[in-house]
Write a protein that binds this ligand. Sequence first.
Ligand code: ATP
Ligand code: MG
Length: 139
Amino acid sequence: MTGNRTFTMIKPDAVENGHIGAIMEKITAAGFKIVAMKYTQLSVRDAQAFYAVHSERPFFGELVTFMTRGPIVAAILEKSNAVEDFRALIGATNPEEAAEGTIRKLYATSIGENAVHGSDSDENAAIEGAFHFAGREVY
Ligand code: ATP
Ligand code: MG
């Protein structure tokens, strides 16, 4: 199944703004199958570990505060070419640069509060999925 799975989170801003249903509709309409999903909240430790690659960046503290301030939806998605196709569906990190019709163009409010996460490689998709889900939670 290499290359066929990615990991996503609907971030706290999109949950607060009532966009869970609309975002899940866009994801499933684009042909992604949900193989794992949960509603949960990250602890500070969770967020620091999940975004450890950004720990030296100036926005790291802001990112951790944001990602822990409310619940998220975490999911593993399956589709051919999942990582690349999902990054195309969500659009650029900065919503001002995101293409029309992308999830971030529609629902993100800023570069920091950008509605959704999408894995950036097959390797990270596997690591991130395993961070959030036990094997028996993946269908
Ligand atoms: P994600 O990993 O969440 O899918 P991404 O891959 O598009 O987003 P990254 O460069 O991995 O972008 O940054 C991770 C997250 O850190 C971004 O989604 C955003 O929430 C936050 N972030 C990135 N750059 C900035 C910035 N310049 N200012 C504030 N927050 C930022
Ligand atoms: Mg990233």
